[in-house]
Structure formats: C-alpha cells, structure tokens
Design a protein around this ligand. Structure first.
Ligand code: BGC
Length: 433
C-alpha cells in the first residue's frame, strides 16, 4: 500500500471511521435485537410500524386512482391505472416543491399547500394513494398519524396529526372537492409494493429499501409477531422499520462530532452515517479533522477549513471526476498527493455506507425467514439517488450481501429497481385498501 493511502486509512481508524471498523456480525445482531424489541412495543430505536398492508398481487385493472408522493424535496401528484396486462399507466403527473422546507408552516398552511397541489386531478377518483416519506403511525382505516419529520421539514404543529383527515378538511376549506378515501403509506412500503405488482418472478419475500435523501427499510413479517396484529386479518403484513433511527450499531468518533452539530442531535443516527442529506456534511467534518491532524498540505488544509458546507452531490462529483470541474477538485488543483488522500477518504466513507446498508438489508432478510431456496430469492426493491448514483455504493452493497448473507448464511437476495416505484406502489395501495 502506498504511503498516502496508509496514512489516510490510519487517520480514519484513529477515529473509528473506517469501513473495517464496522463489525458486520455484531451490528447485524444489534439490528435483529432492536427489530424484535420494536415489534414487541419495547422502547427500542427501531419503530417497527405495522402498515396493515399485505403483499397481495390482485390489482384491479382499468380503475384510476389519484396518487401523491411527498418526498424530501418534491411533491408529486398524478393519476395511475393498471392496463389489462397490469402495466401501470401514469398520467397527469405534476411536480411541486415539498411545503415547509424554506420556512416553518402552521398545520393549516401545510395541509392547504398540499391540498392545492391536487386541483388538476381531484375529480379523477375517490381514492388517493398517498406515499409520505416520514414516520407515521398507520391507523386501521389506513390514515397516518405523523410521528415526526426528518429531512429539514419545518411544521412542528403537524406532528401527532392525521394526514388523510386533515387533507380532506383542507380540500373542503379550499372548495376543491369532496371527501376522499386516503391511504397513507411510507415510501419504502410503496417501493416494496411496486415490486410485488410489477414483476412476474418467483420471490419468497420482499424488502423495500430507500437510500436517497433519507434512508429506511421495510420487510414482510408474520402477523403473529406483530404487536397490534389483532387489528389485522392477513397472515403477513409489511412492517416499516424506520431503520434510519437505529442507534445501537457502529458510531465513529467523527459521526458523534457531526451529530452534535446537526439541528436534531441524537436522532436518526444511522441515517446520518449513510444517506444523502448527511453524507456530504459528514464528509466535510472528516476533512476538517484530517486538515487539523496534518493529513493535507497547508494550502489544501486552509482551503478545506474555509469551506462552510459540502453536499453529497459535491462528494459524488469529486469521486467521479477527481481532476474535473467540481468544488473539491478545485480545492486540490495544485496538489496531486492531496487528491489521492481525499479520494481515499471519500471512498472509505462510501464503502462504510455500503457495509452499513448491507447490514441493514441482511437484518431484514434474516428476520423475513425466507430466501433460503436460491430459485426463490428475497426481492429487494431499492430506490434513491444515493444508492444508484454514488460511485461504487450499490456494487459494494451487493458485495457485502454476497459475502455475509449468501455465502455465510445461505440466504439469497436480488436487488431490483423500478421506475417511479413510490408512485406505482401508492397506486396499488390506493386501489387495494
Ligand atoms: C424517514 C423515513 C423514510 C426515509 C426515506 C427517513 O428520513 O424517516 O420515513 O422512509 O427517510 O425517504
């Protein structure tokens, strides 16, 4: 190993930030323990939210449903129907900004802003499948009560409120339309359902995985193991684990420094190590510490020190084009040794995100108790820009899954991607619930 590389890895290890500092088996056990605690209603860090949704594949054809997808940045509204071949047909798609990102909204403002986005489709159907990418407790009537917001959404009054009920009330206030049957579901759940609806393959179970601005996983659990299973008549239902909240797995020293600097310290600990809203800012903390510890030339250290922000996109651009036209490459222009060091740092932080993601996915697969027959693997329906666009992330997740899940435990998985998965899954939920 070259000297630059060794010094860089030694620096990371000193702060327990290297991927080799993550103990796969230990963290996997932590995940499985926390999943069991959450299912039993214990106060663990995984919420394990029952969804009352099964993975059935009986989608009504030629019936239109209104669909909304509220993500970290955008709010999409569309109509969807499934044609005779059960292919989804997405129409009337419009994209709006997610409310309450730029400034704080009252509850009334928040629901009216959302209601307003439905004007062009409001008469298309009586049902709305609503993919809402934030933790919610799902009610037996499929409405969802907001538990908290992540991803910088500022509308504290909405916490504890029912989304469907309030949306209907806002439709009325705005004079837009009558009362709709609103089916709320998390984006991981919608993504999982899109996989069930779309693929004509034999899978023994499904996992929904998002690694975008935020991260989360859902999987299918035996209803007998679910705390409020009595309200549900099916055999197995999808559980939204809210895995971004995991706080018992690996946590490096710079993760802790970074967490203390965020506006919600102590919350979404796992998400802050792997997802798009945080990877760039976390990496900037790593770079500043590396500068302070003398890993870079004085010139580079001074330039890094004066940087006040770094996005995951900046990190990704640098990894693809270390000598290209991007913010990090500009800082390093005159010092190729520093370029190599910075690249190795970024690469190891990304590999760590991949290893942690694979641990998360392995826990879902093991808890599903399926996938031991290679002809019927567990289908992981994955969505999110960080997962697909960050250099090497996806291939390394697959590498760790092969090593630890397939080779060591004999559990087989297949990762699939479906265009517009949250919209398609929300349509299935709206049509079948
Ligand atoms: C939210 C989850 C969501 C995930 C992916 C997290 O911040 O808590 O509910 O599924 O982001 O969008």
């Amino acid at each position: 190993m070259g000297n630059h590389k060794k010094a860089t890895i030694d620096f990371l290890k000193n702060y327990r930030m290297d991927h080799s500092d993550v103990d796969f088996d230990r963290d996997l056990d932590c995940f499985l323990d926390e999943m069991k605690r959450g299912l039993a209603d214990d106060a663990g860090s995984l919420e394990m939210i029952p969804t009352f949704i099964e993975t059935i594949n009986a989608i009504p054809v030629d019936r239109r449903v209104i669909v909304a997808d509220a993500g970290g940045t955008n709010f999409r509204v569309a109509t969807v129907y499934f044609d005779k071949k059960k292919h989804p047909v997405i129409e009337d798609m419009k994209k709006f900004p997610m409310p309450a990102i730029e400034r704080e909204f009252t509850s009334k403002e928040f629901f009216e802003a959302m209601a307003d986005y439905f004007r062009h489709v409001i008469d298309a159907a009586d049902e709305i499948g609503f993919c809402f990418s934030y933790p919610m407790e799902i009610m037996p009537n499929r409405d969802g009560r907001v538990i908290r917001f992540s991803k910088e959404i500022k509308t504290p009054e909405v916490v504890g409120q029912l989304v469907g009920e309030n949306l209907n009330a806002a439709f009325e206030r705005l004079g837009i339309g009558g009362s709709k049957h609103v089916v709320l579901l998390n984006d991981t759940v919608a993504t999982l359902l899109a996989g069930v609806g779309y693929h004509n393959r034999d899978f023994s179970s499904y996992v929904g995985f998002i690694l975008g601005t935020g991260t989360n996983c859902c999987y299918v659990e035996d209803n007998a193991n679910v705390r409020s299973g009595g309200d549900f008549t099916g055999q197995r239902q999808i559980i939204n684990t809210e895995s971004g909240g995991m706080n018992k797995a690996h946590w490096g020293k710079i993760d802790q420094l970074y967490d203390a600097s965020t506006n919600n310290p102590g919350v979404q600990i796992f998400e802050k190590m792997i997802s798009g809203a945080y990877l760039g800012p976390l990496f900037l903390c790593v770079l500043k510490q590396a500068s302070a510890d003398g890993l870079f030339s004085d010139q580079t250290a001074a330039a890094l020190d004066s940087m006040t922000d770094l996005t995951t996109r900046d990190m990704s651009d640098f990894m693809l084009y270390p000598y290209g036209d991007n913010r990090l490459a500009a800082v390093l222009r005159d010092c190729p040794d520093d370029t190599e060091r910075l690249y190795v740092l970024a690469d190891h932080i990304i590999e760590r995100a991949a290893k942690l993601s694979a641990i998360n996915l392995s826990a879902m697969a093991i808890k599903s108790e399926c996938g031991t027959d290679p002809t019927r693997p567990i289908c992981i329906v994955a969505d999110g820009t960080t997962f697909y666009q960050m250099k090497t992330l996806k291939s390394r997740v697959e590498f760790y899954l092969k090593q630890h899940l397939e080779d060591q435990r004999g559990i087989y998985t297949d990762i699939i991607s479906i265009d517009h998965a949250p919209v398609i899954g929300a349509a299935i939920a709206g049509l079948t619930n």
